[in-house]
Write a protein that binds this ligand. Structure first.
Ligand SMILES: Nc1ncnc2c1ncn2[C@@H]1O[C@H](COP(=O)(O)OP(=O)(O)OP(=O)(O)O)[C@@H](O)[C@H]1O
Length: 280
């Protein structure tokens, strides 16, 4: 692959805070048009890494290219091509939703239509409401709206759905998929494993400042090779061939197997196993 055309390319990234090494020897490639999720426990180094990519923190070592430039040296034109969901709308408490989105749109050379953005984040009924009168979840949606109003090529989303109700999360996921389908590359940081599974083509797990694995959600941590648990009213079995087990059971019961379930490890099970192992 031509690595020069990668929206994000990181080699040997290192960051220390005094004696603490927050990120060490981290390599990362994010491909054009993908949603890549960074996972990792509190303090693993996700924010440090993303803020270095966003140009908000300086690194101590390694090479970083974001949209072809070093974020430490990139200027305004570069910044207008990336979108960042900041938790900033509190600073604008007296503006209405419509005014604030319109205000941000003016910073960008190719802004999205303000009404379209407000609609996309589900805030039409609040268009004329002041920011200070929004609920926590509505404010977060507004933050997301401000992150996408500049039609970014690359979007950074840090815990985007924290505080969303289930319905708002679903519609937010729909919006993110739509942005991806339009060609936006997205780097997502989340503690919600179901969100990573729903959205990400690939996930990377950071533990103790190191990237321990990059894989698809379906294959992370050897997930596909893990045995399935077949559970039914009268028993359970751990097996690599659950279809066989179910076929036998069906014969045994003469058709329907009572209370049948075939359970596989969830992404969360796999992830928890991985970060446990990383702590040793
Ligand atoms: N400005 C700072 N000064 C000193 N130490 C810091 C600073 N920022 C982060 N750290 C430390 O660096 C490590 C990585 O922090 P970071 O915020 O990158 O983790 P994270 O993976 O984003 O965690 P979380 O899931 O809690 O947001 C932590 O041990 C943290 O205490």
């Amino acid at each position: 692959m031509d690595t020069d055309s990668l929206p994000i390319r990181v080699r040997g990234l290192a960051k220390r805070y005094g004696d603490l090494t927050a990120v060490r020897d981290l390599d990362l490639d994010v491909r054009a048009g993908e949603i890549f999720a960074l996972l990792g426990p509190n303090g693993a180094g996700k924010t440090t890494t993303t803020e270095i990519l966003e140009g908000f923190r300086e690194r101590d070592g390694g090479e970083v290219s974001v949209l072809g430039q070093d974020p430490q040296r990139a200027g305004r034109a570069w910044r207008s091509r990336i979108g960042i969901v900041l938790q900033s709308s509190n600073d604008y408490a007296e503006l209405s939703v419509g005014e604030l989105v319109g205000h941000f749109a003016r910073y960008y050379p190719r802004p999205r239509d303000v009404d379209e953005v407000i609609g996309a984040v589900g805030l039409e009924p609040k268009r004329n409401t002041r920011v200070r009168a929004l609920s926590g979840g509505q404010r977060r949606r507004l933050d997301v709206g401000l992150g996408i109003v500049g039609s970014p090529e690359l979007l950074f989303l840090d815990e985007p759905t924290m505080g969303f109700d289930p319905q708002a999360r679903r519609s937010f996921w729909e919006l993110i998929r739509q942005l991806r389908d339009e060609g936006t590359t997205i780097l997502l940081t989340t503690h919600y494993l179901d969100e990573a599974e729903q959205l990400a083509g690939r996930v990377g797990v950071i533990v103790g400042g190191r990237l321990v694995e990059v894989n698809t959600p379906a294959q992370l941590g050897g997930r596909q090779q893990q045995r399935a648990r077949v559970v039914w009213r009268d028993g359970e079995e751990l097996t690599a061939a659950p279809t066989n087990t179910v076929a036998h059971l069906s014969q045994q019961y003469g058709g329907e197997v009572p209370d049948l379930q075939v359970l596989r490890p969830t992404l969360e099970d796999i992830y928890l196993g991985m970060i446990g192992a990383g702590d040793e």
